[in-house]
Design a protein around this ligand. Structure first.
Ligand code: AMP
Length: 304
C-alpha cells in the first residue's frame, strides 16, 4: 500500500555533550521517509530552498525506496533550519533556533501521480500545511499526524482543527502534557482522543511508547541502549513513526493489533537512528539488519 509523508526537510545544527555538528541533513520528513523506506516505498511531499546542499540531496537519494517526485526546490527561498542542544542524559534537549524559511510560504504541490496514496503521515510542520495536504486524499485508509511544542504554542487553533480530521496522532510525552495539561501519559492521550483521533501514541524516549486507542491500550519498551551507544537522538521520534507507518502500509493494516506490532517495528527502526548523526545510521542499514534487531528486541521484551 502506498505511504506518503509531508513534513520538513531541514538543515540541522546539533550539539551533544560530546560534539557539535553543523548543517547536517535533517527534518521530520527526511527522517520519517528514510526510516519507513526500510519497510515499504515512501512518497515525499516537501519543499526546500535554493540553499539546500547538494550532499543532502545525495544522502536522500541513497534511500532507494524514497520517491522524491514531490520534493519541490524553490531557488529564491531558504530551507527550514533547526538547531538543538542535548543535555547530559541525552534524553532531553532544548531548541536553540528555528528558521522557518519555506514553511512560511505556500504548501508544497502534490504530484498527480501521488493521488492514490492510502497511508498518509503528516510529520512535524505547520498544522495548516498538514491540513492542506490531507485534503488531497479523501480516500485514504489511515492518516496520522505528529506535532511539537512550537506548533502547540503558535498554531493551536489549526492543530485542534487537524486533530478532528486524522485517525491518529504521535507525540512526545511533554507535548501530550502541553496539549492537555495532564501529566499522566495515558490520561493525557485519552483527552487527545476526545479532540478527534481514534488513537494516540505517546513517545517517552528511553522509556518506550504507549498506545491509547478506542479499542485498548498497549505499551512497548524502548530498545535498550547504553549511554555510549546514543550518539545523536535527533530524528528518533520521526524514525519511530516511519517504522510504525512503514509496517502498517506494508502489511495494509489499520487495526489495533496491527498498530501494536507497528510500535515494535518503530522502536527497532529508531534504535538505529540514534547511533549516528543525521541520516547516516539509517543509510547504511539493510532490511536484514532491521529484522535481526527485531528478533533481539523480541527476546528483550518477552513477557511471561
Ligand atoms: P525528532 O528528534 O524526531 O523530534 O525530530 C527532529 C527533527 O525535526 C530535526 O531534524 C529537525 O530538523 C526537525 N524539526 C525541529 N523542529 C521542527 C518543527 N518545529 N517543525 C518541523 N520539524 C522540526
Amino acid at each position: 500500500m502506498s505511504l506518503l509523508v509531508t513534513g520538513t526537510i531541514g538543515i540541522d545544527t546539533i550539539e551533544t555533550p560530546a560534539r557539535k555538528v553543523e548543517r547536517v541533513m535533517g527534518g521530520s520528513c527526511a527522517y520519517f521517509a528514510a526510516a519507513a523506506s526500510l519497510h515499504c516505498p515512501v512518497r515525499v511531499v516537501a519543499a526546500v530552498g535554493g540553499d539546500w546542499p547538494a550532499e543532502h540531496k545525495a544522502m536522500l537519494q541513497r534511500f532507494k525506496n524514497v520517491d522524491l517526485t514531490g520534493l519541490e526546490v524553490r531557488p529564491k527561498s531558504t530551507t527550514f533550519a533547526w538547531g538543538g542542544r542535548y543535555f547530559d542524559n541525552m534524553n532531553e534537549r532544548e531548541t536553540l533556533f528555528t528558521h522557518l524559511g519555506v514553511l512560511e510560504e505556500k504548501p508544497p504541490i502534490v504530484p498527480n501521480s501521488y493521488a492514490d496514496s492510502r497511508y498518509i503521515f503528516l510529520a512535524n510542520t505547520h498544522p495548516a500545511v498538514q491540513m492542506e495536504l490531507l485534503s488531497h486524499f479523501p480516500k485514504r485508509a489511515l492518516a496520522v499526524a505528529d506535532t511539537m511544542d512550537l506548533w502547540i504554542n503558535i498554531a493551536k487553533p489549526d492543530l485542534m482543527q487537524l486533530l478532528k480530521q486524522v485517525d491518529g496522532v504521535v507525540l512526545n510525552n511533554s507535548e501530550a502534557e502541553q496539549l492537555t495539561g495532564v501529566r499522566n501519559p495515558i490520561t493525557a492521550c485519552r483527552k487527545i482522543l476526545e479532540m478527534g483521533p481514534r488513537f494516540a501514541v505517546n513517545k517517552k524516549g528511553e522509556h518506550g511508547a504507549i498506545l491509547v486507542h478506542r479499542d485498548g491500550v498497549a505499551t512497548m519498551p524502548a530498545f535498550p541502549a547504553e549511554l555510549h551507544q546514543v550518539v545523536d537522538p535527533t530524528g528518533a521520534g520521526d524514525s519511530f513513526a516511519g517504522g510504525l507507518m512503514g509496517y502498517l502500509a506494508g502489511a495494509n493494516r489499520t487495526d489495533f493489533e496491527g498498530l501494536q506490532t507497528g510500535l515494535a517495528w518503530g522502536t527497532v527502526t529508531a534504535s538505529f537512528t540514534i547511533e549516528s548523526f543525521g541520516l547516516e545510521g539509517l543509510a547504511k542499514l539493510t532490511r536484514a539488519d532491521v529484522e535481526k534487531r527485531m528478533k533481539q528486541f523480541q527476546r528483550h521484551a518477552r513477557v511471561g
